[in-house]
Design a protein around this ligand. Structure first.
Ligand SMILES: *Cc1c(COP(=O)(O)O)cnc(C)c1O
Length: 371
């Protein structure tokens, strides 16, 4: 077996021991004589699996009791529409424009809302996080992206929004370091970066934002919101209104057990800081490579970098050579996003320290050979 270090932005690596356990339980999970893929989602066999995943997520993230945890489909991208559809009252929302995903969320919200961009880093190709301490106004919600996967920046402080619900797309850094859930109205995340295989989206939502039948006090949601796009549909049925993505929920449970065994979110944060420091320290000391982002806003998860070669054609040829030589050395998916150029190393929770060390060793050698 020859495993590679996979620096993909997503789907991304899963911890080896999680894959091994999933493999061992593939044909017979918990003595049921079936794989999780074959189980009825309403069976006695699956019930403890989804309950375990939710309980572990609550424990690891410290999710307060008055928040619901939903396991949905449609990716983080569907939340770009579900949030406005479910939260719209006055019809105004405030957005932080910090990158491509924020831009997509804005574009979608504009179908239903008047959107105010209260902060943007577009002026410098999203290489930093605009600092806004407070947002006020008659907004139904304020939307932020905690980690910008493509540009490689992270919000280290969230705005004070008073009583306005703060909604956060945490797809690419959920569970990478501590997050005070009580500061947010909704946190959502596609699972395929830090939590699980693709197919499940986690939505952590404060109960008073769920407007509909069982939460009748707030039951003023317009009747034309499609059933599958209403938070109350899923909250009232424990994410079992229809068939949930059972296997992804099961693997998420295994990932969360692994995170807990490793020491929980604080241990992940320590490791993630250590890994990112190894790579940023090298980038800052190199005369051949450099990071593209403002130091104080750097992501721990997604690290874009370029060469210092000025000539564009020459730089692109070297980028290509880097990506293909790295792949041959077992370091795969290092091509940068076309909007940033160069390379990008995504080093989520499951990337071992050894993987980052191997990348830096490769970069040092490449620099020697190509400078
Ligand atoms: C990957 C990503 C998305 C898109 O997630 P899907 O689950 O593919 O819809 C949205 N936002 C951020 C910040 C991401 O990193």
């Amino acid at each position: 077996m020859n495993r590679v270090y996979n620096f993909s932005a997503g789907p991304s690596m899963l911890p080896l021991e999680v894959l091994q356990r999933a493999a061992a339980e593939m044909l017979d999970c918990n003595g049921t004589g079936q794989s999780v893929m074959e189980m009825s989602h309403r069976s006695k066999a699956f019930e403890p699996i989804i309950a375990n995943t939710e309980a572990l997520l609550r424990e690891l993230m410290g999710i307060p009791a008055h928040y619901k945890v939903l396991f949905l489909q449609g990716g983080a991208s569907l939340q770009f529409s579900m949030v406005p559809l479910n939260l719209k009252k006055t019809g105004k929302a405030a957005f932080f424009d910090t990158g491509v995903w924020a831009g997509k969320a804005i574009k979608e919200a504009k179908k239903w809302m008047t959107v105010d961009i209260v902060a943007s880093s577009k002026d410098k190709n999203y290489t930093y996080i605009p600092k806004v301490a407070k947002v006020e106004g008659d907004y139904d919600y304020v939307h932020v992206t905690s980690n910008n996967t493509i540009f490689g920046t992270k919000m280290n402080a969230f705005p004070d929004t008073g009583t306005i619900p703060l909604v956060c797309d945490a797809s690419s850094n959920i569970l990478s370091e501590a997050m005070d859930v009580s500061k947010f109205g909704i946190i959502y995340a596609g699972a395929q970066k830090n939590l699980a295989p693709a197919g499940v989206t986690v939505v952590i939502i404060r109960e008073d934002l769920i407007r509909g039948p069982n939460n009748a006090a707030a039951g003023d949601l317009p009747a034309d919101v499609p059933t599958m796009l209403r938070y109350d549909t899923h909250a009232d049925e424990g994410s079992m209104f229809n068939t949930p993505p059972c296997y992804s929920i099961y693997v998420m449970g295994l990932v969360l057990e692994y995170v807990k065994k490793m020491g929980g979110v604080p241990a992940m944060a320590t490791l993630n800081n250590q890994k990112a420091k190894i790579l940023y320290d090298f980038l800052d000391s190199s005369s051949f490579f450099k990071a593209t982002t403002a130091k104080e806003d750097r992501s721990l998860m997604n690290i874009p970098f370029v060469t210092t070669i000025d000539n564009k054609e020459q730089a692109e040829a070297v980028n290509k050579k880097f990506v293909s030589k790295a792949a041959k050395a077992g370091l795969v998916n290092l091509a940068g996003h076309r909007l940033v150029g160069g390379m990008r190393a995504s080093i989520y929770n499951a990337m071992p320290v050894e993987g980052v060390k191997a990348l830096v060793a490769f970069m040092k050698k490449f620099e020697e050979e190509n400078k």
